[in-house]
Write a protein that binds this ligand. Structure first.
Ligand code: PBG
Length: 341
């Protein structure tokens, strides 16, 4: 369709047609610009840890911090002031165990953070990442069964669903505005939707990490969230990077199970996936511009090899152009400042 229109319009060729005419100055370029990244599109990921007065830099993600609740509140007030619509929270608990119990404890780190944020910051969405990997002592995204003889391990899908539902309901009780499950267990969106509805949270949307790939780009995040698996990797539950049709099946199931927003993650190496999902489902699509995508640009810019601001805005624009409505990015705060100028 686009190609046919293009062919028809282009019967007349060079030298009558000169595409450079519409590139000749900034005002003309502004008028014909097809994609515009805006503050309205951005969600800032933040890491919260126990303690007081703590704002500990994350070495692999310059400009990002593990913050105690008091510091987190200060930071979120600034983000609110910049007009950023939402934040997504990741928790580093006091202690980790086999069942990831801090994930669904009333006094858990995320629950405390949500309560403080809801009390002190009025106009920003508090989204919570729902997963077990930050809370389990082995770092996997669910309940792990290990065969003592063979050493073979497996993340138990259906057992994990119960934990994820408890975690989601406990976030909602604390005051979370949107629940975002990132674990990649089968059936979790439906289970969480049902759990929320049964507990009086039918108004809380689910933003599902639907097409979440087993990616090397999560490296810096795992340092930030202290969630590197102690053994094995996540390829028995996260998607294989070679697959695209499977992403459509994942999204289709999540929508059927009640997802309100579907997510693709990572973003940059998966722009094709964002595009096919947007075209096929016409649902709000979020894209997670993940830690590794951020850190490689930071590192190159620190060496003077790349202009960070220019490249970051180019990356965010490309994600939007691919079809994303929402972008989760560690550049959200910087981008909001750049875009306001
Ligand atoms: C899992 C989760 C991960 C990220 C977001 N949620 C890590 C993983 O699956 O290992 C990665 C985000 C990033 O790399 O920026 N709770």
């Amino acid at each position: 369709m686009i190609l046919q229109t293009f062919m028809r319009e282009n019967i007349m060729g060079f030298p009558e047609r000169r595409l450079r005419r519409l590139r000749s100055n900034e005002n003309i370029r502004r008028l014909v610009r097809e994609t515009q990244i805006s503050i309205d599109d951005l969600i800032m990921p933040l890491f919260v840890r126990p303690g007081k007065g703590i704002k500990q830099p994350i070495p692999s993600m310059p400009g990002n911090f593990q913050m105690s609740v008091d510091k987190l509140v200060e930071e979120v007030k600034i983000l609110e002031g910049l007009g950023i619509p939402g934040i997504i929270l990741f928790g580093i608990p006091e202690k980790k165990d086999e069942m990831g119990s801090d994930a669904y404890a009333d006094e858990g780190i995320i629950q405390k953070a949500i309560i403080a944020l809801k009390r002190e910051v009025k106009n920003i969405l508090v989204i919570t990442d729902v997963c077990m990997c930050e809370y389990t002592n082995h770092g996997h995204c669910g309940f792990v069964r290990t065969d003592d003889r063979t050493g073979h391990f497996e993340v138990d899908n259906d057992m994990t669903l119960e934990l994820l539902v408890k975690e989601s309901v406990s976030h909602a009780k604390a005051g979370a505005d949107i629940i975002a499950p990132s674990d990649m267990m089968d059936g979790r969106v439906g289970a969480i939707r049902q759990g929320l509805d049964e507990n009086g949270f039918e108004h809380i949307p689910v933003m599902a990490y639907s097409a979440k790939y087993a990616s090397g780009f999560y490296g810096p995040f795992r340092e930030a969230a202290e969630s590197t698996p102690g053994f094995g990797d996540r390829s028995s539950y996260q998607m294989d990077p070679h697959n695209a049709a499977e992403a459509l099946r994942e999204v289709s199931l999540d929508i059927e199970e009640g997802a309100d927003i579907v997510m693709v993650k990572p973003a940059l190496a998966y722009l094709d996936i964002i595009r096919i999902i947007k075209d096929k489902f016409k649902y709000p699509v979020a894209a997670y511009n993940v830690s590794g995508e951020f850190s490689v640009v930071k590192a190159a810019s620190e060496k003077g090899w790349i202009d960070e601001k220019r490249v970051a805005l180019e990356i965010l624009t490309s994600i939007k152009r691919a079809g994303a409505d929402i972008i989760l990015t560690y550049w959200a705060k910087d981008a909001a400042q750049w875009l306001r100028k």
